[in-house]
Design a protein around this ligand. Structure first.
Ligand SMILES: [Mg+2]
Length: 327
């Protein structure tokens, strides 16, 4: 179906973690949208590239909003196609393994309530469509050209990315993920931490002096949570025009040992942990490049910089009082 101006576009990810029949989901999205007096345009995405293409088409057609029906990975795929500062707002129907964006912004977790609440926010009552920051990771492509990837939540180097890669590379760990959901990442991290040394890197913040450090984990957050368990950046907001960096010095097992303290804002004060804010981070590996993840998907090991795009993304926020939204 051709996308029309002011349409509400839904991108269905048939591979998302939670099982709901696509026909049932389509009916729910359509009903909630018509109830709000708008036109639903429902598109099944066959791949992340497909979702990105739909997002660009929605932007070009002047769609009012585009909803990712799936997990944070689905939102990330949409973000890759949505140009910075597009007036087409991003919404979420949380159906993934972790749904960190929905969790952090206090979205309703059932599809009907989630769509209804976000469409109300699009009309400004209750809630609002907010302009928020997004992050961008810069990397070198195989042919030497510059590539970039936007993120909504978090990018990280080291142990956490090794855990993500470990699940992707192992049938057994993938099975555990399907069975247990999010705890599978913790078990994968334990396996990856055994016997691993820290990664040496050089970095510079906002054009400042270059420093060297050995890290087991380095997270760059637009938002606060790594998964829905670990509050790594307790002070981060998506409206302050900066990203929050947390560096865990030493071997990966040290970062793992500190993870129980990722509640109540303790983590940034842990031994060997630094918490900094920046607008642009440049990084050069001094040995083997650390593995990287971007919004829960494996990222490029050739990444050399991350910067913030202030107020570059419009999102639907039924609960603007959520702390990560600056409320
Ligand atoms: Mg921020």
């Amino acid at each position: 179906m051709q996308i029309q101006p002011d349409d509400i576009v839904f991108v269905l990810n048939p591979n998302s973690g939670n099982a709901i029949h696509p026909r049932q989901l389509t009916a729910i999205c359509r009903a909630a949208t018509e109830q709000a007096g708008r036109r639903a345009n429902i598109i099944t995405s066959r791949s992340p590239a497909d979702a990105a293409q739909t997002a660009l088409a929605a932007h070009e057609a002047g769609a009012a909003a585009i909803f990712g029906c799936g997990g944070d990975g689905t939102l990330s795929s949409i973000l890759q196609g949505l140009p910075a500062r597009s007036p087409t707002a991003l919404g979420a129907v949380p159906l993934g393994t972790a749904n960190v964006w929905a969790y952090e912004t206090n979205l309703p977790m059932t599809p009907l309530a989630a769509v209804a609440a976000q469409l109300a926010a699009l009309n400004g009552s209750p809630g609002e469509a907010m302009w928020i920051d997004s992050g961008r990771v810069w990397s070198t492509e195989a042919d030497g050209s510059v590539g970039s990837q936007r993120f909504l939540l978090m990018a990280s180097w080291g142990l956490d990315a090794a855990a993500v890669s470990g699940i992707a590379a192992s049938d057994r760990r993938s099975r555990i993920k399907r069975m247990l959901g999010e705890p599978a990442y913790f078990f994968s991290a334990v396996q990856e931490a055994v016997g691993r040394k820290a990664w040496s890197i050089a970095y510079s913040l906002d054009g400042g002096p270059t420093q060297t450090v050995d890290v087991g984990l380095m997270t760059v957050g637009n938002t606060r949570m790594l998964g829905t368990w670990l509050e790594v950046n307790p002070r981060a907001t998506v409206v302050d025009g900066e990203l929050d960096l947390l560096m865990f010095r030493g071997a990966p097992w040290r970062a793992l040992a500190l993870s129980p303290f990722a509640r109540h804002g303790w983590l940034p004060h842990g031994p060997g942990v630094s918490n900094l804010r920046f607008r642009r981070l440049e990084i050069t590996p001094l040995g083997d490049p650390p593995p990287m993840q971007i919004d829960g998907e494996i990222g490029p090991t050739s990444a050399y910089a991350i910067d913030v795009e202030p107020q570059a993304l419009r999102v639907l926020c039924p609960n603007p009082a959520a702390p990560v939204l600056g409320g």
